[in-house]
Design a protein around this ligand. Structure first.
Ligand SMILES: [Zn+2]
Length: 268
């Protein structure tokens, strides 16, 4: 009897131990399988919806957003005559002794070396579109500008010359970055207001910027530049700046670069 009763007790202990053991194991398994989510949700305040709880970012948020690419308008000087962004106007003369060191020949005219590839590419692209852009002027020394200005004055008078031709020492042509072009299809409009209505003038107004040139003096900017419109006078500043002007709708170099201009010559 004793032995049998002991066995019953032992059996009962084993059964209880098994049940408890299975319970513990099952509980552990449950916790492993499901406990994680429960624990995370329990750790959050009740206002946070469950949907937000499971999209908690694992990467720390940036403290600063990546900067928008800002076009640097100070990357080239506007007063150094060798700078591609130099401004020469009636308020900003150029030293009478300045002569660029790297002039190259394009169709019989001289320009700064940096201008050449874009000038050739532009003339070629215009020709492909049926516009015959002919290079007729480039660099002019101070002395040459003395003669050019005197010729305009003799032919058209002082008042006309003031609007169309720079006084010596104030001409953009002395930088080697300016180019005058003719219309190959309507030569009667060369150096005339009607140039803008020739196929060449129209093409340049629309496409010159793609090659780093601006039509420097337009009807819209004459108060700022101080010159009457000259659809034939192009100024090379490089494609980065002309793309910026185009994108922002800026009509003059003076406005883009914050340099004063206007029709009055600087005193002295
Ligand atoms: Zn010119």
């Amino acid at each position: 009897m004793i032995s049998r009763s002991w066995r019953s007790v032992a059996l009962a202990v084993v059964v209880v131990a098994l049940v408890v053991g299975i319970g513990v194991v099952a509980s552990g398994l449950w916790s492993v399988l499901w406990g994680g989510d429960d624990a995370r949700i329990e750790g959050l305040s009740e206002e946070v919806p469950w949907e937000q709880a499971i999209v908690v970012p694992t990467v720390a948020p940036r403290t600063t957003e990546p900067a928008e690419p800002v076009f640097d308008l100070a990357q080239h000087s506007t007063s150094d005559p060798t700078s591609r962004w130099v401004i020469v106007n009636k308020q900003h003369p150029i030293d009478k002794g300045y002569e660029p060191a790297d002039l190259v020949d394009v169709d019989g005219e001289r320009v700064r070396a940096a201008v050449e590839p874009d000038l050739r590419a532009m003339v070629e692209a215009a020709a492909a579109d049926g516009a015959r852009v002919v290079v007729r002027g480039g660099y002019r020394s101070y002395t040459e500008q003395v003669g050019a200005r005197a010729a305009v004055e003799a032919r058209r008078g002082f008042a006309h010359a003031e609007r169309y031709s720079a006084r010596p020492g104030f001409s953009e042509h002395q930088t080697g970055f300016a180019v005058d072009v003719d219309s190959g299809s309507q030569p009667s409009c060369n150096l005339q207001t009607c140039f803008t209505r020739t196929p060449e003038g129209a093409w340049l107004a629309e496409r010159a910027w793609e090659f780093g040139f601006v039509v420097r003096y337009t009807e819209q900017n004459s108060a700022v530049t101080g010159y009457a419109p000259e659809g034939w006078h192009l100024r090379w500043v490089g494609r980065e700046l002309t793309a910026h002007l185009r994108a922002e709708g800026i009509g003059s170099l003076e406005e883009a670069l914050g340099v004063p201009g206007g029709p009055e010559y600087v005193a002295g």
